[in-house]
Write a protein that binds this ligand. Sequence first.
Ligand SMILES: *[C@@H]1O[C@H](CO)[C@@H](O)[C@H](O)[C@H]1NC(C)=O
Length: 277
Amino acid sequence: MLDHAIRTFTDDLTPPRSVKTLNSLLFASILAKNYKEVSRIYLEFPKIYSIQPNVDTYNTVIKALAESGSSDSVYSVFAEMDRNSVRPNVITLNNAISGFYREEKFEDVGKVMKLMEEKYRVLPGLSTYNVRMLSLCRLKRSSEAKALMEGMLCNGRKPNWVSYNCLIHGFCREGDLEEAKRLFRDMKMRGFVPDGACYFTLVHFLCEGGEFESALEVAKECMGKNWYPNFSTMKSLVNGLAGVSKVDEAKELIKQIKERFPENGDKWDEIEAGLSQ
Ligand SMILES: *[C@@H]1O[C@H](CO)[C@@H](O)[C@H](O)[C@H]1NC(C)=O
């Protein structure tokens, strides 16, 4: 697919090429995880085809560097942007710091934030906070991510449901279910609506941690919205409930699931039969 896109682009019969088609090509290379090709296209094509790269071009290249663990090279992209008088924007900032976080180069994160703010007047936005929180949670540094959100709130900036989702997922993964539950309550209290994935994550990890009653509560809440956790999560919830002598609740749950997914009826009959033994 990528080969085809490149051939179409380089083919002489192709109608006038533009920065837009160049950027699409770079993006296609990222999707194909072909970072070598990103670098080749970025270095060669603008010259060969006389295309002036724009901020999207550079942002895409920085994204590729970040994803491929070559973040040190983003500084040379900044220099190239300067030479071509292309101003970075908040996406440049987000893509660059996301890579440095991934490589655990925290000093560079600070350096880039400072550079963006002082030299280019690019201020971190909510999206920047979310990138930072997501990056920290991925590194199992959810407490630091939470401190970041608390700092936001102190400064009168609003997080959104994405910020909460990422923290809830992060604390679940680190096994701190109390904190995850607290954030889940806090999120709803502040009027943010959790999405399906947030509910499913909580139910999954609460079951894994043996907190079947809390898991049941969360599961009921999302099922009320017609969002059902997947089969393996529901199965562990049902079995878990039965294991803590909540067989009636388990059976009620099975009844609801069977009504919603009659095609899985047999599988659930089997599980139900296992419960009453
Ligand atoms: C089911 O959902 C949980 C929680 O979202 C997820 O971690 C798990 O990988 C899913 N399992 C399958 C088989 O899709």
